[in-house]
Design a protein. Structure first.
Length: 229
């Protein structure tokens, strides 16, 4: 089984971008899970709440980490963790699942290498692979962007639970730390062409996690220093 899982919330532009992201993924997966941080507006719920989509309106504000709520309950299958502001191409699931099988580890289209000790994750990361830019080859990384990532549950050494995510909106660094502490030392950032994955232009960059991190990455830096040997 191939499942896609994403998190969303009632932020600027999200009610417009979420259905677009969902429509791009839906034909490619067996189930699609949405963890909505808070209460979804009735019109949006009515648009999305049909099989094979399952929605939870969460009382706990997990932020971006909410994309792992449903996968944490599963014991088998391929998991595609996604974002609510990315347009996924028609062959996305096929390509990323093939890469999971080939490498037998978490893979994705956005990632970097971080080497503690860090004073600024944003400025000290290396070997950066960005989902919106061309990447000519597959490269090993130790941090993946969970909005364009996949893994097979059976490849993990033990179940990934929500205990791994100790602060809201920090899915990427906490997943990297979980893999590091559970001896999942291999992650791959995958080759792709510019424009294959696109940002949905309903959201303003000022409202994204990326923008906030650009101005203050202290929380990410503190988390990622746990990757020290």
């Amino acid at each position: 089984m191939i499942i896609a899982s994403l998190a969303s919330y009632a932020g600027p532009g999200r009610e417009q971008s979420l259905p677009v992201a969902v429509r791009s993924l839906l034909p490619q997966v067996d189930r699609l899970y949405i963890y909505y941080n808070g209460k979804m507006c009735p019109e949006l719920y009515e648009t999305l709440a049909h099989d094979p989509i399952e929605i939870v309106e969460g009382e706990v504000n997990w932020g971006s980490c909410g994309k792992f709520v449903f996968p944490s309950r599963l014991r088998a299958g391929y998991v595609l963790t996604c974002d609510d502001d990315i347009l996924y191409p028609p062959d996305y699931a096929e390509r990323i699942v093939e890469a999971v099988d080939r490498y037998q580890c978490p893979v994705g289209y956005h990632g970097s290498v971080v080497t503690p000790p860090l004073t600024s994750y944003y400025r000290q990361r290396t070997h950066q692979v960005r989902f919106h830019d061309t990447q000519p080859t597959d490269v090993p990384v130790n941090l993946l962007g969970t909005g364009v990532m996949a893994y097979r549950i059976e490849h993990l050494p033990e179940p990934l639970t929500m205990d791994a995510f100790q602060t809201t909106n920090m899915a990427d660094p906490w997943f990297a730390v979980w893999c590091h502490t559970h001896q999942v030392r291999k992650m791959m950032a995958l080759a792709h062409d510019e424009g294959w994955l696109l940002t949905i232009p309903y959201t303003r960059k000022e409202d994204t996690l990326w923008w906030r991190m650009h101005h203050d990455d202290s929380v990410q830096t503190q988390i990622l220093n746990q990757l020290a040997p």
